[in-house]
Unconditional design. Structure first.
Length: 304
């Protein structure tokens, strides 16, 4: 059985794009099940799958995060990876689906867990917002704050891979890391776009953003329950574009140099172990020539 991918809420599980993609396990929060049930559920997943990779969003309630750590400690299991990937809710759901797609390949559990950070850099996650007055996830200038009080104001906001904010429907200026007006900068590789509607009546994502980003497909899904809080307004349409092809995802992950975690022994890619979170330490002086590029760029690809 492939490594199990788990989430902390059912709305982070998007429909499988094909019959080969496994479902994700949903770990119920403490208010729904007691500790004994959580232990039994997790132990059963480990027995069936061998290893468990849990995507833990930063907005998760502290009690739920403590439950996950408690279960791992009581089971004394080094086969549970808790991944703290900071993406908006819909982007998180897309990352979870990509991990589910990759779980059927022959990647070791350590490579699969550490691949999450790599894949997150290729997810373009944002939202169309009716207000940015309370938004603190992306830099918002004073002019955008002032214009946000207009009843007809709309803003296109990109949170990942780099922050970008554009006021739509008028002479707005771009704010954030890249600046400039128009649309948020899109991916330069093939993607599918997923969007979810909140309390904002707009077809802008499907009719304008999708063609401008030249996506290969568009799909609508229900809005995750935590999206209004993440974006600080219920007046939104959340969107995320990501690589949909499992073969391309496999090629991307397989092309990255693999290392061995010096703490727990798992394979990893990048600069941090997915299971114990230990950083990749610098190689001994005699090996600097061989691994120096990997230290400078944690996702440098092997040229062999």
């Amino acid at each position: 059985m492939p490594t199990a991918i788990a989430v902390t809420s059912a709305d982070l599980v998007l429909p499988a794009p094909d019959r080969h993609t496994p479902a994700a396990a949903v770990l119920p929060p403490p208010e729904q099940v007691d500790l004994e049930c959580s232990l039994a559920h997790t132990a059963g997943l480990l027995e069936r799958h061998g290893h468990l990779v849990v995507v833990v969003p930063p907005w998760l309630a502290p009690a739920a995060a403590r439950r996950l750590r408690t279960v791992r400690a009581i089971l004394e299991s080094d086969r549970i990876a808790l991944l703290d990937i900071d993406l908006p809710p819909l982007g998180t759901a897309l990352l979870v689906r990509q991990l589910r797609q990759l779980s059927v390949f022959d990647f070791s559990p350590g490579v699969l867990a550490s691949a999450a950070r790599l894949l997150s850099h290729y997810i373009y996650a944002g939202a169309l917002l009716g207000s940015v007055a309370k938004l603190d996830r992306v830099p918002v200038g004073l002019k955008a704050h002032a214009k946000s009080w207009s009843p007809s104001a709309q803003f296109a906001v990109l949170a990942n891979p780099a922050p970008h904010l554009v006021k739509l429907g008028g002479p707005g200026a771009g704010h954030g890391a890249h600046g400039g007006g128009g649309l948020p900068p899109g991916p330069e590789f093939a993607t599918h776009l997923t969007f979810a509607r909140g309390q904002l009546a707009s077809d802008w994502v499907a009719s304008e953003l999708a063609p401008a980003w030249r996506v290969q497909g568009v799909m609508e899904n229900p809005l995750p329950a935590d999206s209004p809080a993440w974006w600080a307004t219920p007046k939104l349409v959340e969107f995320a574009a990501a690589i949909p092809d499992p073969a391309l995802l496999h090629q991307l992950v397989a092309s990255v140099r693999r290392e061995e975690c010096r703490w727990c022994g798992f394979e990893l890619i990048g600069d941090r172990c997915g299971f114990c979170a230990a950083p990749l330490t610098a190689p001994p002086p005699g090996q600097q020539g061989q691994h120096g590029a990997a230290a400078a760029d944690p996702y440098s690809r092997s040229r062999s």
